[in-house]
Design a protein around this ligand. Structure first.
Ligand code: ZN
Length: 322
């Protein structure tokens, strides 16, 4: 493990350069993520515990989902999506979405329909859920289904604060965007069998984060209840607050950066870091599960096949001559 870390530390030089170039040319889309909001990073760090202790109880009636669904009106193309979604998730995770399904709108934008809006959004995103209007906008022309199911999940996880999944506003400081996008796409794959390949690096990292939970369904509950603090508290079982914020920042960076070498190296480093944190659990099952995910990375697999062992060697004690 030490050798692998050394290799990637050496590669860090390369990606620092690409990161710097990326920073020069990037346009500041919105000051949402920690990458763009470095000055406020420390503020978020200081206040997260106050937010984490706030009670976020829900009180929806979810005993009769089928009855409620029958009375709602929503676009017909959602019918199949809703059935698949309902069959997959725990009923308690339906409560955030059920109130919004009624009158949910879908707008399709394409070159002919609305050139200006299409061009404005095409490069930035393929779809968007707009909570205030309870509307899903789709800008993609092909493979619209996977974009629609992705946006459907953003809708289904949008809480009272009008933020989705793990996106969280702590006194105007935004955290969790990269975690939210990666987990949304991971669920999109799992629930809807979507083959859409966005946020792949975030997904790989989040699969290891998921192992921090004794029951991965608890992570789903946190997502559909717009509650990043459950992730935070679970992470703290083995990790530190610093490590949690650094993870959030990396996940944000991976969403905001388009440079492949930066993404690749950062993702591997982050996966290995999470693995090291997870090893503190001393839980063999969890460690093994993380190793399995690590080995799906071709580069890590290659290093392992060259006999670079994926385990910490016990540090030798220095003998002091008396
Ligand atoms: Zn998204």
């Amino acid at each position: 493990m030490d050798q692998i870390i050394n290799i990637f530390t050496a590669l860090s030089g390369l990606y620092m350069i690409t990161y710097f170039i990326d920073s020069l040319f990037e346009t500041q889309k919105d000051l949402k993520t920690l990458k763009f909001n470095k000055l406020r990073h420390l503020d978020a760090y200081n206040i997260i515990d106050n937010f984490a202790t706030q009670d976020t109880q829900s009180n929806s009636n979810i005993d009769n989902i089928d009855e409620i669904l029958e009375k709602l009106s929503y676009p017909s193309e959602l019918k199949e999506i809703i059935i698949t979604f309902k069959n997959y998730i725990d009923p308690i995770n339906f409560e955030t979405c059920i109130g919004k399904l009624n009158n949910l709108k879908i707008n399709y934008f394409n070159l002919i329909h609305d050139i200006k809006k299409y061009l404005q959004n095409f490069c930035e995103s393929e779809g968007k859920y707009i909570p205030k209007e309870n509307t899903i906008n789709i800008y993609k022309v092909f493979d619209k289904k996977s974009v629609l199911t992705h946006e459907f999940l953003h809708m289904a996880s949008t809480g009272k604060n009008q933020t989705s999944g793990f996106c969280t506003n702590l006194d105007d400081i935004w955290i969790g965007n990269g975690l939210d996008e990666g987990y949304t796409e991971l669920l999109n794959e799992r629930i809807f069998n979507s083959k859409h390949l966005s946020y792949t690096y975030n997904i790989e990292i989040i699969k290891i984060l998921e192992i921090f939970f004794d029951n991965p369904k608890d992570m789903e509950y946190a997502y559909f209840h717009n509650n990043i603090f459950i992730i935070y508290q679970t992470f703290l079982k083995y990790g530190t607050k610093e490590e949690f914020f650094s993870l959030l920042q990396v996940l944000d960076n991976l969403v905001e950066t388009d440079i492949p070498i930066y993404k690749k190296v950062t993702a591997i480093k982050t996966k290995l870091n999470l693995y090291i944190i997870l090893k503190r659990s001393q839980n063999k099952e969890k460690i093994l599960a993380a190793e399995k995910i690590l080995e799906t990375d071709p580069l890590i697999k290659l290093l392992k096949s060259k006999n670079i062992i994926l385990a910490n060697k016990p540090k030798q004690k220095i003998k002091i001559k008396k």
